[in-house]
Design a protein around this ligand. Structure first.
Ligand code: FES
Length: 129
């Protein structure tokens, strides 16, 4: 609303732009943005397990931000380095050839500790089958 007023453009125009471009969001993002590639090449190499492991460690689902605003978890269709799959990006850095165990070690560098009780219901259901 503030942007609409400051730029003197209709609120509907601001909303249209914000919801079209992925660079904009209507909710706050975390200090660290984690993007998990779910492209075909990464999927056949286990990106779903990587995504579930990260969601488990952070206690959030894709598209969500941790309550302390430290992490936002997103999925993307391709990060452009398919031969390194499964690939994730944390902020501006790429991490490839990941395994679920290596994800936990990687996130430890960002202050994330494994907390078994932090499993979101829908992710936990997928993990348990
Ligand atoms: S499919 Fe994952 S980087 Fe291209």
């Amino acid at each position: 609303m503030e942007v609409s007023r400051q730029l003197n453009v209709p609120l509907s125009s601001v909303y249209r732009i914000v919801t079209f471009y992925k660079a904009f969001t209507l909710s706050p993002r975390g200090r660290n943005l984690i993007r998990v590639c779910m492209g075909t090449s990464c999927q056949v190499r286990g990106s779903q397990m990587i995504l579930e492991r990260i969601a488990n460690l952070l206690g959030i689902s894709p598209g969500e931000t941790t309550p302390d605003l430290q992490f936002t978890l997103e999925t993307v269709n391709c990060l452009g380095c398919c031969a390194m799959g499964p690939v994730i990006m944390i902020n501006d850095d790429y991490y490839g050839n990941l395994m679920p165990a290596s994800v936990a070690r990687l996130l430890e560098k960002f202050g994330v500790k494994a907390v078994p009780s932090a499993v979101p219901a829908e992710v936990g259901a997928r993990v348990r089958g």
